[in-house]
Design a protein around this ligand. Structure first.
Ligand code: ARE
Ligand code: CA
Length: 484
């Protein structure tokens, strides 16, 4: 369950938060496929409670009312169409699966597909679930439970959301019907929402009864879904991420926290020389890595001082480090703009999500940030694909916030997060030639639209990087996108 089954040569997924299925299909064909993205995490595709009393917040999608595939992102046809079109251009789909709970009690009770529920009786007729399918006696998780009481974290309600009993064979079967239907449609795996709130032995039973990936969508025969479990473990709680790594991959929340610190100069970049398990991170193959996610970018979930699109210079630095460094399986965040942390995606007065527009410079409009379309970010996806399994070599640092390293004989990157200029001749590991920096620009025909870097026959290059430049890094690699 730890292999994302990316198409060959691809390495990176993006969370297209709250995007519509038709827009995602188009984005696969016009941008993500051609530019080497490996996959997409989509918002939960199953029916959720409509919450007009809070003006359709983003978090209504974490309140399931049934497993019918009808949401503001689209219907079942649109979903399966998207999966097919994305797979056709080499981009995999990963579903955010909410299987810990159903919607909490609320003053509204109609779902995005028209289903209703009788909350007081734990009755969800569109599944159907009834009283016996939930954990008893009824209880609600409190903050201190995370420190003392694993059984309460697993068997009580997370923020009042009705807590399903995954020990029940009937409940397991409903969950499996939902997930297996998605596998048949061609999805490549799942994010398991709130995995910490479910017993590892129950999850194991569910994972082991999932079907193999659909070979008609280009997966090898016998391929198991990629599963990354949302377990927030910043250390010191009663439940450890290590209880979940024997099952499948885990979201590594310490990764974005530490890099956010370092790129905000709360820690020197030179200490990243041994980035990985020596920092207390999971084994590389177990870790789904990211800087920000849809929760902590707005102060939900793990919190912490997390970099987001709002501090773009430092954010791009942290993302570039994530993508340049061999550790982990990276996921990019692609956001809609927000100031109100509860606000949902751009929508019209009927509550329909409005699509991103695409500007001439490739950026998005209409309220969508599309970090994945920022040149500094999508060019680094190509950098990572080019670096492949190449080892990290030629580490250099100035004893402060200037660092540089190579990946195999394929790629080289240098960062200057100091308040003074960088002026160094560095060993690059690349063949002699002129390379276009893929951060300040790109290669265009026989010239570079940004900086160019000359590598000598000894593999060394003069790297001059001012502290006041627009971005804090330069990156070059073999391959047509960078080498002249
Ligand atoms: C909303 C309202 C609540 C209301 C509830 C029920 O905000 O006030 O009581 O609905 O009506 C998201 C939002 C929630 C929202 C929920 C349902 O973040 O605010 O509740 O949707 O609409 C814990 C979990 C972790 C979870 C985070 C948010 O362990 O799994 O809390 N993250 C996932 C998703 C969220 C989603 C849910 C789960 C629910 O990514 O987007 O919630 O499906 C310590 C612990 C962490 C704990 C954290 C916060 O750090 O280590 O484990 O995270 O505190 O409590
Ligand atoms: Ca639970």
């Amino acid at each position: 369950y730890k292999n994302p089954h990316y198409a060959s040569g691809r390495t990176t997924m993006v969370h297209l938060f709250e995007w519509k299925w038709d827009d995602i299909a188009a984005e696969c064909e016009r941008f993500l496929g051609p530019r080497g993205f490996g996959g997409i995490q989509v918002s939960p595709p199953n029916e959720n409670l409509v919450i007009w009393s809070r003006n359709r917040p983003w978090w209504e999608r974490y309140q399931p009312i049934s497993y019918r595939l009808v949401t503001r992102s689209g219907n079942e046809n649109q979903f399966s169409n998207m999966v097919r079109r994305c797979n056709n251009v080499g981009v995999r789909i990963y579903v955010d699966a909410i299987i810990n709970h159903m919607t909490g009690t609320w003053n509204e009770n109609v779902g995005t597909g028209g289903s209703t529920a009788n909350f007081e009786n734990w009755h969800y007729p569109a599944v159907p679930y009834g009283r016996n399918d939930f954990n008893w006696p009824h209880c609600v998780i409190t903050g201190s439970d995370y420190n003392c009481c694993p059984d309460r974290v697993r068997n009580c309600e997370l923020s009042g959301l009705k807590d399903l009993n995954q020990g029940s064979d009937y409940v397991r079967q409903q969950i499996l019907n939902y997930m297996n239907r998605l596998i048949d449609m061609g999805v490549a795996g799942f994010r398991i929402d709130a995995a910490k709130h479910m017993w590892p032995h129950d999850l194991r039973v569910i994972y082991d009864r999932l079907r193999n990936l659909n070979t008609a969508h280009g997966f090898p025969s016998g391929a198991r879904p990629y599963i990354y479990q949302e377990v927030i473990d910043l250390g010191g709680e009663a439940i450890s991420r290590n209880e979940y790594t024997p099952l499948a991959a885990v979201t590594e929340f310490r990764f974005g926290l530490e890099l956010s610190q370092a790129f905000q100069r709360r820690n020197q970049l030179r200490w990243l020389v041994n980035w990985g398990p020596q920092w207390g991170l999971l084994a590389s193959g177990d870790a789904l890595t990211f800087i920000d996610n849809h929760d902590n970018q707005r102060g939900h979930g793990a919190g912490g001082n997390i970099l987001t699109y709002k501090q773009s210079r430092q954010y791009k630095g942290a993302i570039a480090f994530m993508l340049a460094h061999p550790y982990g399986y990276p996921q990019l965040m692609s956001s809609f703009a927000f100031t109100d942390t509860e606000a949902g995606p751009p929508m019209n007065s009927r509550g329909d999500i409005t699509s991103p527009t695409i500007n001439a410079d490739n950026s998005c409009g209409n309220g969508w940030i599309c970090e994945h379309r920022w040149r500094q970010i999508h060019n680094m996806v190509v950098f990572r694909n080019t670096a492949g399994n190449g080892a990290l070599t030629n580490w250099w640092d100035n004893g402060s916030n200037q660092i540089a390293f190579c990946r195999g004989n394929q790629a080289f990157i240098a960062f200057n997060n100091d308040a003074w200029d960088m002026d160094q001749t560095l060993q690059t590991c690349l063949p002699a030639g002129t390379y276009c920096d893929i951060i300040s620009g790109a290669r265009s025909g026989n010239r570079c639209t940004g900086k160019s870097i000359v590598v000598g026959s000894d593999g060394r290059a003069l790297i001059i990087h001012r502290s006041n430049e627009y971005d804090m890094m330069v990156a070059i690699h073999r391959g047509a996108d960078s080498r002249l």
